[in-house]
Design a protein around this ligand. Structure first.
Ligand SMILES: [Zn+2]
Length: 82
């Protein structure tokens, strides 16, 4: 049997902790870059709800979205004009 000293357990635990921390950091960085590239404020992604008159942003390429306040379906032709 291999003897394990308390110092080795502490080293392994520290290395394992930093590996998990690095993995979580990398995942967060990738997630933020993905989210920020999808959300852009332009008039093609700005919708206006016909029911509650809420202006909100949606992803590009979507033609039908649901209003976040009242749940009404909003179509691309109902977007707010500048
Ligand atoms: Zn609405």
């Amino acid at each position: 049997m291999i003897p394990i000293y308390p110092e080795q357990v502490i080293y392994l635990f520290t290395i394992f902790f930093f590996l998990i921390l690095g993995f979580l950091w990398l995942r967060e960085e990738l997630n933020q870059s993905r989210v920020s590239s999808k959300w852009t404020a332009d008039k093609k992604s700005l919708y206006l709800c016909g029911k509650c008159h809420l202006s909100f942003l949606a992803f590009r390429g979507q033609t039908v979205v649901r209003c976040p306040r009242c749940g009404e379906l909003c179509f691309l032709r109902r977007r707010k004009r500048f």
